[in-house]
Every structure is written in structure tokens, then in C-alpha cells.
Design a protein. Structure first.
Length: 347
């Protein structure tokens, strides 16, 4: 291989033990999809250990979420909520757009049984914002420093802590959220799985899934009885933004002002509050206010990290310099991959 990118068909030259070793190595490098592609090639299935079965399950979950994400939201019962604001302001003198690195976002949602909320958001961002955005998502212990909260109704993140680290960026976190009276506070143990499929298909992502009640993850504390558990499933995907994407057409002046390649950030989630009834006013507040505020704040904080205006994030990045150098290298590889694909299309 060259530059760490496996050559096409290299797996056919590996025996079962080599396939198992290579899949474990790839999973440790956050290349869960590549690892999942290798394991079905193992001929003696009895050699698959519990950790290999776990890789297969995680890879399958990621593949399904990515496939679901790429389905057009105009069908399937999705309701179009509207657009969030982009990051631009206008100069008063000449009307020139300045200061922005992300465009307006489109938001879709569905409300199902037992107050299940499905959400989908798309935002084109400048390629220079991708690394800062990934750093904000990676620093989970700093979530409470920037995620908005509300006093009326009482709603917000009370605490976020890492309870288990796995791989380079993957981890399990414990989240406690405050909810309006008379609802009990919510507790969520969230498995965060980094997805690096840059070498194979030029994208990366983050898979999110709550742990099942009967999990046996080491180091994860038992649930607190007075809190209500939350079921959550979601994914972030970061890939090249299609040149004909409607959001680019709708904000051509912003795109021209950015003058960079655009990355499409797509987020999809499904959350069950485990409650039979929620007041419609609260549902409307979450859908129309909370979701958009948190999303725009995430992108705004990423831009502030890029501009060196978030000291806690800056310190966290400095303390994990080796990790962030690895991440920056992978994203550079991704951007080079996307540029080479664009050049090949033009030729």
C-alpha cells in the first residue's frame, strides 16, 4: 500500500488469521467500515472472537445509518421545519458578506409513538471549518460550556462525562439532562463511534447509539434509578457537498464569499423520551426553538475555535496534540481525496 491506503484486492492474499489481525488494527484506527468489510472474508467463522463480532455489529449499524441518511427526506413522512441562519453578517458600507464559514441549514423532523423524535439537518460548511467542528464534537466534556439551556421551561444538559475510552476518538459518555416538572431528569449512556472511510470513499462520520440496559461494558456505572433512561440513535456524516445542492443555489452569494470547497454536514437522530405523553407546547418548543439554537451554536462555536476565541477548547486541543495532529492528517487526506475526485470529473 501507499500512504497507508490498501490496494484494491489486497484482502484476497490474506489468510484467516491475517484477516482477523488486520480487521482489529483497522478498527483501532477508527476504520470500522473497512474492518467490517474484511471479516466476512474469514472462511472459518469459529475464529471470530467476541471483539470481532462487535466490529461486525458496529460496522453494520454504521452502514445502515449511512444508507438511511442518503435517502431523500422529501418522502417517508418527514416534515420540513425550515432553515436555520447561516454565519454571515453584512458590511454596512458596501454590502459585502464577511465572517461566515457555514451556510443556512435545512431541518426536517418526524414525531412518532411514545414521543419519538426523528430529526435530520443538513448544512454546507467551508472545508476550513471541518477540523474545528470535529474538535468541538470530540471535546464532549466541554459540552455543558456551550450547549444552550433554558430556565422556562427547565431544559438543558446538567452534566456530560466520559466513562470509557476506546480507540483514538471513540468513547462512551454519560449525559444527564434536566427536564420540565413533573418529568424526571433523563440519563443517557451514549456510545460514540468514529467512522473513518476516507481511504475507501472520501468521507468520515460519527455514529451515536445509547447502550442497551443489559450492556456489559467495563467501567460504565449502573443507571441511577431516579433518572429515566433515554433511547438514542444518530449519526453525523461529513462528505463533499454536491455542486448542485439546493442550499448552495439558495445562498450563492455566501458561497462566492467563502471561496472554498464546501463540505456537507448531515446529522440524523432518533430519540425516544420513554414517556406516553408530552404537552404539545413543549414538543413545539423543542422542535422550533431548541433544535435550531443548539445546531447554530455548535457551528458558531466551531468558527470561534477556528478563530482562537475558545480558551478551554484551545487548552484541550493543546493537551491532546498527538491526537489532533493525527486527526488533522486524516482530514487533509480526505480533502486531497475529494480534490482529486473533482479533478478527475473535470477531465
Amino acid at each position: 500500500s501507499e500512504d497507508g491506503v490498501p490496494k484494491e484486492g489486497y484482502a484476497t492474499s490474506l489468510d484467516d488469521n491475517a484477516l482477523l489481525d488486520e480487521s482489529t488494527k483497522l478498527a483501532g484506527e477508527e476504520k470500522i467500515l473497512a474492518a467490517g468489510r474484511l471479516l466476512p472474508k474469514v472462511t472459518d467463522k469459529e475464529l471470530l472472537s467476541e471483539s470481532h463480532q462487535k466490529i461486525l455489529k458496529h460496522a453494520g449499524d454504521c452502514e445502515k445509518s449511512i444508507d438511511d441518511l442518503r435517502v431523500d427526506p422529501s418522502g417517508g413522512g418527514w416534515e420540513y421545519l425550515g432553515k436555520t441562519a447561516g454565519s454571515f453578517t453584512k458590511e454596512k458600507e458596501d454590502g459585502v458578506l464577511v465572517g461566515g464559514l457555514f451556510l443556512p441549514s435545512t431541518v426536517y423532523y418526524k414525531i412518532g409513538e411514545s414521543c419519538q423524535l426523528d430529526l435530520r439537518i443538513e448544512t454546507p460548511i467551508a472545508e476550513s471549518l471541518l477540523i474545528p467542528l470535529l474538535s468541538v464534537l470530540n471535546e464532549t466534556d466541554l459540552f455543558t460550556e456551550w450547549i444552550p439551556s433554558w430556565k422556562t421551561p427547565r431544559l438543558g444538559f446538567r452534566s456530560v462525562e466520559t466513562v470509557q475510552k476506546a480507540g483514538l476518538a471513540s468513547r462512551i459518555i454519560r449525559v444527564i439532562t434536566d427536564t420540565p416538572w413533573p418529568l424526571a431528569s433523563r440519563e443517557l449512556f451514549l456510545n460514540i463511534l468514529a467512522i473513518d472511510d476516507i481511504d475507501h470513499d472520501g468521507f468520515c462520520g460519527i455514529k451515536l447509539r445509547s447502550l442497551p440496559k443489559d450492556h456489559n461494558e467495563p467501567g460504565v456505572p449502573p443507571p441511577v434509578p431516579e433518572f429515566t433512561p433515554v433511547n438514542f440513535d444518530g449519526i453525523f456524516l461529513f462528505e463533499a457537498c454536491p455542486s448542485n445542492h439546493q442550499l448552495l443555489d439558495d445562498a450563492q452569494e455566501m458561497v462566492d464569499a467563502i471561496d472554498e470547497a464546501m463540505i456537507l454536514v448531515t446529522f440524523k437522530m432518533c430519540s425516544k423520551a420513554n414517556i406516553k405523553f408530552l404537552p404539545q407546547d413543549l414538543i413545539n418548543f423543542v422542535i422550533k426553538t431548541v433544535i435550531g439554537r443548539i445546531w447554530v451554536k455548535l457551528l458558531t462555536v466551531a468558527q470561534r475555535v477556528k478563530d482562537g476565541e475558545m480558551p478551554q477548547h484551545k487548552a484541550a486541543i493543546e493537551n491532546k496534540r498527538e491526537f489532533y495532529e493525527w486527526m488533522e492528517g486524516r482530514i487533509r487526506q480526505m480533502l486531497q481525496y475529494l480534490k482529486s475526485k473533482e479533478v478527475s470529473k473535470e477531465n
